[in-house]
Write a protein of this length. Structure first.
Length: 443
């Protein structure tokens, strides 16, 4: 109620203030050079002709200083907001304002004492925009006092009314908040009372149930204690048994590992060519790498000496051509020892590099031959005894016989022809070497 009374009082006070005449457009007779087309764009000039929106400065000078409020530019065909609006103050300084677009109109607030107002449309490409009219809102500087007095009186009345309304509103809000708090507190207390009653009933029932369960648990505790005692003795027995079986398992694991190692060794002995071929190949690769490094030295010497000889001969040819007084015989005689030494070094390096290269080829050929023998022997051996009813001893004898035959053929260039290896005969190895009957002859 107090708020409504304060509002009505403020309205009545505002109505009682005498108001000046409403703000019209700036009188056209205050604008200088009314004959220009840009001046005729003013809406109150009486002309309705639109101008093309060229990118140039449109300026309006006034016969006396005015208080300009804003400028409104009505256009057609412009996109975006690129208008620039400015004015020249009474003291001669120029200022620019912020232009806001409202549909096809561009509005800029001035609110200053000015001598002239100007604007510049933006550049356009592939379009022909138009400037329809311009409105300048303002009044003479002599009329400013009346508008300021009116605005100040209205502002004072409004502030007084706002102060009264705020005081009344604050009091009303405080009472409303107090009432809402009491109402909420009442509802909360009612809910808490109902909740406590329900909890009291449920707690009484729960207490009775817990008493019964407690007695049952006491009876079960004795039984569980007896069961724990019995299970503890059984657990100790199981731990002893597990320890005994764990030690037995460890011993069996060790035996299995040793048996597997023995089996691997036996299988390795039965194979045609065990790790010796890998050792031979590795040593051969080392020899090839060594011979290659040694062969690089004489090859480099050959290249360097040949380069020096070619460079020296080219230089000598140049000197013979351009130096007509050069003694060629004396020059050849002085160069002869050097040439002979170079030929000797070249010959030595050639033979050394040739020797190393041939040795590399020989070692590589041996590696290839031994690899071929291993592949052929293993393939033939496993192909022959496939699906044959032979025991392990017979298979070993036949494999050994094939191995010795291939090795003898491979080593015939390194061993004497009457070389005869001496091997044990407990497994019938003599048959494999040709000094005894073969397994088929025994049968």
């Amino acid at each position: 109620m107090a708020i409504q009374e304060a509002a009505e009082t403020g309205k009545a006070a505002v109505r009682g203030v005498p108001t000046p005449s409403p703000l019209p457009d700036l009188p056209f007779d205050l604008v200088l050079r009314p004959e220009r087309k840009s001046t005729r764009l003013l809406q109150n000039s009486g002309s309705t002709e639109a101008l093309g929106g060229r990118h140039k400065r449109f300026e309006y000078d006034f016969a006396e200083s005015i208080f300009a409020i804003k400028i409104v530019i009505d256009t057609t065909g412009y996109t975006g907001n690129g208008f620039e609006v400015g004015w020249c103050c009474v003291d001669g300084t120029e200022k620019t304002g912020n232009v806001v677009r409202d549909g096809n109109q561009f509005v800029c607030d001035i609110l200053d004492h000015v001598k002239s107002v100007f604007f510049t449309p933006p550049k356009t490409i592939l379009s022909d925009p138009l400037l329809n009219y311009v409105r300048l809102h303002g009044f003479k500087s002599s009329d400013v006092r009346a508008y300021l007095d009116y605005a100040l009186r209205v502002e004072k009345i409004a502030q007084d009314a706002i102060s009264e309304i705020e005081v009344a509103l604050a009091g009303a809000n405080a009472k409303i908040a107090q009432a809402e708090a009491l109402q909420a507190q009442r509802g909360t207390l009612s809910q808490d009372i109902a909740k406590f009653k329900t909890q009291s009933t449920s707690e009484q029932s729960r207490l009775k149930r817990l008493s019964t369960e407690y007695n049952e648990l006491i009876a079960k505790k004795g039984e569980i204690d007896r069961s724990i005692s019995d299970e503890s003795s059984r657990l100790d027995d199981l731990k002893n048994t597990v320890s005994k079986y764990s030690s037995t398992r460890n011993e069996l694991s060790k035996n299995i590992l040793s048996k597997r190692e023995s089996l691997s060794k036996l299988e390795a002995n039965i194979n045609l060519f065990p790790s010796e071929i890998a050792g031979f190949s590795e040593q051969g690769s080392k020899d090839i790498w060594l011979y290659s490094k040694l062969a690089v030295i004489p090859i480099i010497c050959i290249a360097v000496i040949l380069g020096l000889l070619i460079f020296g001969s080219a230089k000598l040819s140049t000197e013979i051509v351009y130096d007509k007084e050069l003694n060629i015989a004396a020059l050849i005689a002085s160069r002869a020892p050097y040439v002979m030494i170079c030929l000797g070094v070249l010959t030595t390096c050639y033979y050394l590099s040739r020797m190393f290269v041939l040795e590399i080829i020989r070692v590589n050929r041996q590696k290839l031959n031994l690899t071929k023998i291993s592949i052929i022997a293993k393939d033939i051996s496993y192909s022959i005894d496939h699906d044959l009813n032979l025991n392990d001893q017979e298979k070993y004898e036949y494999r050994l016989q094939l191995k010795m035959s291939l090795m003898t053929d491979h080593l015939k260039d390194y061993l004497s022809k009457d070389f005869t290896p001496t091997l044990p005969r407990s497994l019938g190895i003599g048959a494999a070497l040709g000094s005894g009957p073969t397994p088929s002859e025994k049968q």
